[in-house]
Design a protein around this ligand. Structure first.
Ligand code: B3K
Ligand code: ZN
Length: 882
């Protein structure tokens, strides 16, 4: 139990800092058992806050203060105050220089925040509040300073010394040590500071910007990973070009560096000029990384690069504005990935992820607006709501302004706010000003939590040739927000005739036609749109491209869904119709299963899947998306009270029935796609592999000896990790014990020295819904390659089990919950951020039956009663129990 309650911080309490720091000069002396950090700060009174000189309160945690001088005069201990989180001084003038030396122990930093050691190298992670674990500072994003950094370390162990900006000098130091100085000309908040020292090799390339400047591009990795950087480098160059072409944004420093580290709490970090990446988001080679991993590298490299403008040049005023940079940058990286690959498939992936995960967050105890109005620990707010829903909000702005209007708006935003720390309101204001729009009501998306419901109904008046579309919106209450206001919901739609062709759209109260596809702006709680001049009853195709993050309903019949799945000219909505059909069928089957009735398959699903499988015009990646059943997690999210055993059983049974009913069609397509080919990474080949391996999963359910043999063959002979891993997944989820064990053993033998490949080996097993999941996971944690201090390993084993293996995690005796709570309690003291993230499945306890609810609450109570609970875990657990 905590002795004191951590404090809640409110957006309404924001005020400018009392002081600015114009210049920050840092010198790091790195040793094996400690580091000394010398800082010299040019501090100025913030004149806007008045003339009086208030105390200067610097942030600092877990620091040992060695010395402190003001304008070169050493301060005596009675002239300043130190507590666990602050150093308070009493300046005598409006401008002065502060010299501070602190001592820290990076080698003992297991939280991976601040300066820490990963393997043999030193590295940093400062966002959001890690810099205060390095030195005393005004650690807040609205304090922007020019940084100069010198790093001193042993030359033999740390030949590479890096920091932000441009390298300006380097040289020898005493006793085999050396130093390098870096200067960053762009003022930045401390969260963008970075330092790396290690024995790294360098992959180098260059990029010529649109104004003709040559940029030195470097990726630093440990020597054994040298061959795995090509894809990240290509992705970087494509991102740089794309940001010039689509947003007019050019890179600004002369050098851009990426460093890959093995121990990292998240995917990557956009430190100015020196991005630090989880190695899982840099390294990719066809032998070791799946197509999915390749795509992730491409999108994370792009995301971090795009932050150079959306985040670094224009940053956040305070952490409540986090989505200003994250929502916008996710939107930008999604656009980029859509442009590089299939835009429709990318949109389907994003929507699938959002609905299964962010919607669940929005419906749970941690629900918060895209711009939260309070938090206890900001690290807990790097959420799906801030990132993914934030990106949807920017996407809606893009829809409402149009592509050209949006570009005008972002140009104005970057020009107006370059070098500033601003708010989400400033972003919207730039779009308003550039387009002459009033987005006042739209801005409720930033302040209102919860997933809106959009209930649509249609009425056909044959005599008048009119179709009336009635829209009703509402939003369920969320913690602390009971009254919800109507939002502006852009609804992209068309009307289809009986052949599936788009009809011309004429609204009753408008003179001009809207063409054949339009965006309706729904602004009221209830609104009616009347389409006139129609020759026949239309079938509406609604919310195309998922034009708003809402739960929409329309009283479609199953036959309507079948029709849309086959004929909607909009690819996204064809997928959506097939998904909705599958959801409806599965929900019906769950009810049957609960009543103990036999599960009867709706032949219309077979019909849709068959027509999709045999449609030569469809992109194979689209076919794969359409025939993939909704995930268990999504079915849980949709249920009022989730019966996970029934959901699991229904999904598995339905898969087996589909595999049986469509066996010949699936086999034919699979055989056609399985003809051995040299490996190529292009989008068309990725799409073919995706469909081929989705079909392999289905075909394995037939339990035919021949298919199992083919699967084993694919496992052995594959010339790439995508095919090898897909075969492994199929075997691990099959009842063929002997082949499964052989494949697992062979895989581990071959890849034991490749941590990222072993992560896949771990997660394939941890996520398998085969019986005995918990025991399997406990055994995996004893494996020599497992390490609780490495976040990737924790995610691969504990995370995969608790988030993806629902049927095993939710076993009725509660042992899954107890296991997760054990890990959270251990990690609470090692790495609070990772511990808090693992809490997610337990926060969802209200979704389950009373027996499971009680068991989950029991574990939450147990965590709550833990000694020295971190603020991170405390916030999630206390809000979950509230
Ligand atoms: N901005 C970083 C987030 C780091 C947060 C650490 N608690 C990654 C990203 O969104 O690009
Ligand atoms: Zn980001």
């Amino acid at each position: 139990m905590r002795t004191e309650q951590p404090k809640t911080i409110y957006l309404k309490d924001y005020r400018q800092p009392d002081y600015w720091i114009a210049e920050t000069h840092l010198t790091f002396e790195l040793f094996e058992d400690h580091a000394l950090v010398h800082s010299r700060l040019a501090v100025q009174r913030n004149a806007e806050q008045g003339k009086k000189l208030p105390p200067l309160v610097l942030d600092g945690q877990q620091l040992q203060l060695i010395s402190l001088a003001l304008d070169d005069v050493e301060l005596s201990e009675d002239s300043y105050q130190l507590d666990a989180d602050h150093l308070t001084l009493h300046p005598g003038s409006a401008e002065f220089e502060l010299a501070i030396t602190t001592r820290i122990e990076p080698q003992n930093n297991t939280a991976l925040e601040g300066l820490y050691k990963s393997g043999g190298m030193f590295c940093t992670q400062c966002e959001a509040e890690g810099f205060r674990k390095i030195t005393y500072y005004l650690d807040r994003p609205d304090v922007m300073s020019r940084f100069t950094t010198t790093v001193i370390a042993d030359r033999g162990d740390y030949p590479v010394l890096l920091s932000n900006g441009n390298p300006v000098a380097s040289g020898e130091h005493e006793a085999g040590r050396h130093w390098a100085t870096w200067e960053d000309p762009f003022p930045k908040p401390a969260y963008l500071f970075a330092l790396v020292a290690g024995d790294l090799v360098l992959i180098q390339d260059s990029f010529t910007t649109m104004s003709g400047r040559d940029i030195d591009l470097r990726i630093y990795v440990e020597p054994e990973n040298r061959e795995q950087c090509g894809h990240a480098m290509d992705s970087l160059k494509r991102s740089m070009r794309w940001d010039e072409e689509v947003y007019g944004r050019e890179y600004d420093l002369d050098i851009f560096m990426i460093v890959a580290v093995n121990d990292f709490n998240m995917g990557a970090m956009e430190n100015k000029g020196l991005n630090i990446f989880n190695s899982s988001c840099v390294l990719a080679h066809p032998d070791t990384a799946t197509d999915l991993a390749f795509q992730r590298v491409e999108s994370v490299v792009a995301h971090e690069y795009f932050h150079n403008w959306s985040g670094n040049r224009v940053t956040c005023r305070d952490w409540f504005q986090l989505s200003l940079k994250e929502g916008f940058t996710v939107f930008r990286d999604s656009q980029f990935s859509g442009d590089m690959n299939s835009a429709t498939v990318k949109r389907i992936e994003d929507v699938t992820f959002l609905r299964a995960n962010q919607f669940a967050e929005d419906a749970g105890p941690m629900a918060h607006p895209v711009r939260p109005d309070s938090f206890i620990e900001i690290a807990n707010f790097y959420t799906l709501t801030v990132y993914e829903k934030g990106s949807e909000v920017v996407g809606m702005l893009h829809t409402l302004c149009g592509a050209d209007g949006f570009r005008k708006g972002t140009d104005l935003y970057f020009e107006r706010h370059d070098g500033q720390a601003v708010t989400c309101d400033d972003f919207v204001k730039a779009l308003e000003d550039a387009n002459g729009l009033d987005l006042t009501r739209f801005k409720r998306w930033y302040s209102q939590a919860g997933t809106p419901r959009l209930e649509m109904n249609g009425h056909w008046d044959a005599n008048a040739g009119e179709f009336r579309l009635l829209c009703r919106q509402s939003c369920p209450p969320t913690p602390g927000q009971t009254d919800k206001q109507p939002l502006v919901i852009p609804l992209r739609m068309a009307l289809l005739d009986s052949q599936g062709a788009e009809m011309s759209l004429q609204l009753a109260d408008e003179t001009g036609s809207r063409g054949t596809e339009t965006v309706l702006a729904i602004t009221e709680a209830e609104q009616l749109f009347v389409f006139t001049g129609l020759r026949e009853e239309p079938l509406p195709s609604l919310l195309r491209g998922f034009s708003a993050p809402v739960k929409m309903t329309y009283p479609y019949s199953r036959d309507d869904r079948v029709f849309l799945a086959k004929h909607d000219p909009d690819g996204f909505n064809r997928w959506e119709a097939a998904q909705a059909l599958a959801v409806e069928v599965m929900q019906g089957l769950v009810t049957m299963a609960q009543a103990g009735r036999p599960l009867m398959l709706d032949q219309r699903m077979v019909d849709v899947y068959r027509s999709v499988l045999n449609n030569p015009e469809l992109d194979p990646a689209m076919v794969a998306e359409i025939i993939r059943l909704p995930s268990e997690a999504y079915m849980v999210e949709l249920a009022e009270q989730a019966d996970i055993d029934a959901i699991h059983k229904v999904r598995e049974t339905l898969r087996a029935e589909l595999a049986q009913a469509l066996h010949d069609d699936m086999l034919a397509v699979w055989q056609r796609l399985s003809v051995p080919q040299p490996y190529t990474p292009d989008a068309a080949s990725v799409a073919r592999r995706s469909l081929k391996n989705t079909l392999l999963g289905y075909l394995m359910l037939s339990e035919s000896e021949e298919i199992v043999a083919a699967c084993v063959r694919q496992f052995i002979e594959a010339n790439n990790m995508t095919d090898r891993q897909a075969a492994l997944v199929a075997l691990v989820n099959s009842p063929f014990e002997e082949q499964k064990q052989a494949a697992l053993a062979e895989f581990a033998r071959q890849w034991q020295d490749y941590p990222l490949v072993m992560d896949q080996w771990f997660s394939v097993q941890a996520a398998s819904g085969q019986p005995g999941g918990l025991e399997r996971v406990q055994a995996l944690m004893q494996h020599p390659a497992f390490n609780l201090r490495n976040p990737n390993k924790v995610r691969a084993v504990v995370g995969a089990f608790a988030n993806q293996n629902l049927v095993n995690f939710h076993r009725l005796d509660g042992a899954g919950y107890g296991f997760l709570a054990d890990q959270i309690i251990t990690l609470n003291s090692l790495n609070p951020q990772i511990a808090a993230r693992l809490m997610t499945p337990l926060t969802r306890w209200r979704k389950y039956d009373p027996a499971r609810q009680a068991l989950m609450q029991e574990q939450l109570q147990r965590i709550m009663a833990t000694d020295d609970l971190s603020a991170d875990v405390y916030e999630v657990v206390s809000k979950s129990l509230a």
